[in-house]
Design a protein around this ligand. Structure first.
Ligand SMILES: [Zn+2]
Length: 617
């Protein structure tokens, strides 16, 4: 009758083996090896996900950079070593408690969670946790059932994966150096006496907070000294209220609705860039981007630069390259516990300057075109000491950062803290201005400044509740579009001049080509801004183009002293931006306002004039 007895767990040899293996003890060494192995495996899994989206779906992920091929596995190893060390300690002192199955289950849960966080935002975190726990328990059971084989496999493959990380790290570092050297070797000789071009982009710096533009706080002594040597544009307008489309316009001369560079869409190869044009004229080209997320290589902005720095390896960047750290980087309780409010891996102006000056020292044989993007005035506003208390050690300073409210709708309870955030923003601009002064002094000391076209501008401004919001990218008000623009080039640009008509940053490529002697290049649309100061050419408002900015299906036009905005809903607004720069008085419904608006309506650019609705990206 034995053969008819129902099978019960533990009866068969297989079940016996399973039970035995599930309680297999694991030494501290194996626990640590498992942590490293799972960390590496998770890192490569994360890379596969990110690279599939970037190179197969052709979407850009703002956190992708080539150094991630080694930084992500390394970051995951470091993260896995935290539970790994705790388990190893347990294994040392309570060897009966730590089994292979426990270790594999814990590491698998963590690994699956790291991979599943790729869908964070689309799938609820609790659902991801349930998925991770289910996968972890299952993997733990399977590993325990084949304990000896599994541990052998881990011992064999861990060194292979670690070696791969090392090789990838060396390959990435070497690849860029070699490709830059090769690119330089292929360049044609630069035209004799051609000036260098230095484009300094102060990310998120709005013109109205600059002493240069009459602001009550002395935020820009260095810029004012620089302005005395060139032309200052009182009303320079960006083409977009956020980083990528604005940079794309400055590099191509095209509007955002032409380049279509947007949150998940990189700048494609449809239009030539200024860096490509200058490289073709023999320039050594380089960019040093502190805003690595939205002005990094993944955005398509690197085209034409022989040397391009975005994500530079650092401890902060290593951790930032892990999906787990990124998902929880703004976790309020965690931030408060760590008392850490800074962006992980943020590159300060000092570092950007040092990188550029180091590169410039080795490029003295030909003219250079260099773009420096500074991220110091971007939220969270955390200038270093002693600048941090420059405009008052306001109580509750950084309240908004601590509350994770630095980019949000201004609720009544937040409003009282906006003034202290504005003081911190002003202090950050002052720090940046000081660093610009140091950079220019060093270039002067090196004898480079005399033959360099220096352009200082910003990609967009910032809002401090003027229209109910903090941060940028939500609307097309002057506070977001009005940016500084200074051009200095001894012997090529007049000194101490101010241009009072509105101009667009999209004219930068045409202007640079004109100043360096490449003529009114047909490569770039728009008009050279030399028209605004060249007495040989017609100047004044009559010759000005309509200054256009856009965001999605919102459009803004500047002309004369008026600013016309058409929202995606079709609603129209009109402001006298010169008299009312914070745009608190909408003139659209006045009789004069309707008449002026009809003139703007007649000048709408093609995609908007056609009456199409929807996003032009
Ligand atoms: Zn920006």
């Amino acid at each position: 009758m034995k053969g008819l007895a129902p099978a019960v767990p533990g009866d068969s040899a297989a079940d016996h083996a399973r039970v035995t293996h599930s309680t297999t003890r694991t030494g501290a060494g194996m626990v640590l090896l498992l942590a490293v192995w799972f960390g590496l495996l998770t890192g490569f899994g994360e890379l596969a996900s990110v690279m599939s989206v970037t190179y197969i779906l052709d979407r850009f992920l703002s956190h992708w950079g080539w150094h991630r091929v080694w930084m992500t596995p390394l970051a995951d190893v470091l993260i896995f070593l935290v539970p790994g060390l705790l388990l190893a300690l347990c294994a040392r002192f309570w060897p009966h408690r730590v089994t292979l199955r426990t270790c594999v289950t814990i590491f698998s849960i963590l690994g699956t969670l790291c991979l599943a966080l790729f869908f964070h935002g689309r799938i609820h975190i609790l659902a991801l946790l349930v998925l991770a726990c289910g996968a972890g328990v299952q993997t733990g059971r399977m590993a325990a059932a084949r304990a000896a084989g599994f541990q052998r496999w881990v011992r064999r493959t861990a060194p292979v994966m670690a070696g791969l990380v090392l090789v990838l790290g060396l390959a990435v570092s070497t690849w860029w150096r070699v490709s830059e050297r090769r690119g330089l070797a292929r360049l044609p000789a630069g035209p004799a006496g051609a000036p260098n071009v230095l484009l300094l982009i102060l990310d998120t710096v709005r013109a109205m907070n600059l002493g240069l533009h009459g602001y009550e706080r002395p935020t820009t002594p260095s810029l004012e000294r620089l302005a005395a040597r060139g032309v200052t544009f009182d009303w320079a307008m960006s083409t977009a209220p956020w980083t990528l489309p604005a940079h794309a316009s400055m590099f191509t001369g095209r509007y955002p609705f032409e380049t279509r560079a947007y949150y998940r869409t990189p700048l494609d190869r449809s239009f030539p860039t200024l860096a490509e044009a200058l490289q073709a004229r023999g320039y050594a080209t380089a960019a040093f981007m502190a805003n690595a997320e939205y002005a990094g290589r993944a955005t398509g902005l690197a085209r034409g630069f022989l040397h391009f720095e975005d994500y530079v390896p650092s401890v902060g960047q290593v951790f930032f390259s892990s999906g787990l750290v990124r998902a929880f980087q703004w976790n309020r309780p965690l931030r408060r516990a760590l008392r850490y409010y800074e962006l992980l891996g943020r590159k300060g102006a000092e570092q950007i300057n040092a990188s550029f000056l180091g590169w410039q020292r080795t490029r003295t044989d030909r003219p250079f075109f260099a773009v420096l993007n500074y991220f110091d005035a971007h939220a969270p506003y955390l200038p270093p000491a002693p600048y941090d208390t420059l405009f008052g050690a306001a109580t509750n300073r950084h309240y908004l950062v601590q509350q994770e409210r630095y980019i949000d709708v201004v609720q009544p309870e937040v409003a009282p803290y906006v003034a202290s955030e504005l003081a911190a923003y002003d202090a950050a601009i002052t720090y940046l201005d000081d660093q610009l002064g140091r950079l220019l002094d060093e270039l002067e000391r090196r004898g480079v400044l005399q033959n360099t076209v220096v352009i200082v501008t910003s990609d967009h401004g910032e809002e401090f509740g003027e229209h109910g919001r903090l941060g940028h990218a939500y609307n097309l008000h002057t506070s977001l579009l009005h940016v500084p623009l200074i051009m200095v080039a001894p012997g090529r640009v007049p000194s101490a001049q101010r241009v009072r008509v509105p101009v667009s940053l999209r004219d930068i490529p045409a202007t640079v080509m004109s100043i360096v002697g490449a003529g009114e290049s047909s490569l770039f649309p728009g008009q050279s801004l030399t028209r605004t100061w060249d007495p040989g050419k017609a100047s004044g408002e009559a010759t000005q183009e309509m200054v256009v900015s856009s965001e999605g299906d919102m459009l803004s036009l500047f002309s004369g002293r008026h600013h016309y905005i058409r929202l995606g809903t079709g609603r129209e607004q009109l402001f006298d931006y010169a008299a009312d720069p914070l745009e608190q008085r909408d003139l659209f419904n006045s009789e004069a306002g309707r008449s002026i608006s009809s003139q703007f309506r007649a000048a709408l650019p093609a995609p908007f004039a056609a009456g199409r609705t929807g996003t032009f990206h």
